[in-house]
Ligand binder design. Structure first.
Ligand code: KG4
Ligand code: ZN
Length: 353
């Protein structure tokens, strides 16, 4: 079984073909990604209208390239999957409409995919992990701890009440005039800085539950910059980045430990802790999670960076997981700019879907 997957919910346009092998494992036959970072860099963040137009311009080519690289024609695929949200409405419409049109024209089943579900199921493609497991999703738009119990069975254990972690990295980078996207720049600066140079808060540490809050930390960094009373010098920048990253590492460690405990109480021992999203590329965070999971005896899975950030293979794989269970969608499936994985989770911390 082979599925073509299409992703266009944010600033990556992507198309991929994934195959289900007879033994139940998945294989990526092609995975084409066009990052729009260059288009948005001048604005210091993603501009929705520019993103939508860029998706329209490139998606057709990417689909063709994905099929070429997989060595097949469209008639060889068994289904089409497209991300239907959550994300920027313009981009979602481009990918969803393209996916539906291809499925309709070729008489193939169509599957509408929740982008968060695709992140959640990627570790089953890369590592064949069994349900249930705990997902820590940390990107520019999402910060959530989710119990993944089965395809379509998700329980939110924690989430940010304000900014996403990647967003906090990007905002701190912007304050320090570092280029966009800021996360990798902050990590680079942090390597030569002193993490104890600035005393920054660790919001939500040891609080009940497993929610996150980042805006207080972000504001604290802003205040420290103001207190300097001058443009930050290279050493200030390195020290601020190191101190900020150290605070994030502490917060992620504490909230994930709490999340694992809540998971155990509700669902028994998790098969793994799976990390996804662009922030999963951060090595300091990776080391902290390695220490934590070793301590509590849980397997840690961090898929390779190219499959942690937005890509088409994760959409194709989620499509495969659904298709083999007979879960398909109609042509009337509407885009969902907001689409929480766990519909029952309280609207109170619906900050970032
Ligand atoms: O998953 P992703 O590619 O896109 C979405 O947000 O959906 O994640 C991008 C985010 C950005 O906020 C970026 O600054 C952050 O991930 N990021 C990092 C690192 N690499 C990317 N944050 C911290 N450290 C990194 N090494
Ligand atoms: Zn994503």
């Amino acid at each position: 079984m082979r599925v073509l997957g299409i992703e266009s919910t944010c600033d990556e346009t992507a198309a991929a073909v994934v195959e289900l092998r007879p033994n139940g494992s998945g294989a990526i036959l092609s995975n084409e990604v066009h990052s729009q970072i260059a288009e948005h860099a001048a604005y210091g963040g993603v501009v929705p209208e520019i993103a939508a137009r860029a998706h329209v311009e490139i998606l057709d080519h990417l689909v063709r390239r994905a099929l070429d690289k997989a060595g097949m024609r469209f008639s060889d695929v068994d289904g089409v999957a497209a991300a239907a949200g959550p994300g920027l409405i313009g981009g979602v419409m481009v990918g969803l409409t393209t996916g539906k049109a291809l499925a309709l024209a070729g008489g193939k089943p169509f599957v509408a995919i929740n982008h968060l579900e695709a992140h959640a199921l990627t570790a089953r493609l890369t590592d064949g992990v069994d349900f249930p497991y705990l997902l820590l999703l940390v990107s520019g738009g999402h910060t959530q701890l989710i119990a993944v119990r089965g395809v379509g069975e998700y329980t939110r254990i924690g989430a940010t009440v304000d900014d996403a972690i990647g967003e906090a990295f990007d905002k701190v980078a912007k304050m320090l005039h570092l280029p966009y996207p800021g996360g990798p720049q902050v990590e680079k600066e942090a390597r030569s800085g002193d993490p104890a140079a600035f005393e920054l808060p660790r919001p939500m540490l040891r609080r009940p539950g497993a929610d996150f809050s980042l805006s207080g930390l972000k504001t604290a960094v802003r205040l420290e910059i103001q207190k300097l009373g001058r443009e930050p010098r290279p050493a200030d920048i390195a020290n601020l980045c190191a101190s900020f990253q150290a605070a994030i590492v502490d917060v992620i460690g504490d909230r994930t430990r709490a999340g694992l405990r809540l998971f155990r109480e509700q669902f028994g021992p998790p098969k793994a802790l799976v990390v996804a999203g662009g922030v999963a590329a951060n090595q300091a965070i990776g080391h902290a999670l390695t220490r934590l999971t070793t301590q509590v005896g849980v397997k840690l899975i961090i898929p390779p960076p190219g499959l942690c950030t937005d890509n088409g293979a994760m959409i194709a794989w989620a499509g495969l997981e659904r298709l083999r269970l007979g879960m398909t969608d109609g042509m009337d499936f509407a885009p969902r700019p907001r689409w929480p994985l766990d519909a029952s989770a309280s609207a109170a911390h619906n900050g970032k879907a």
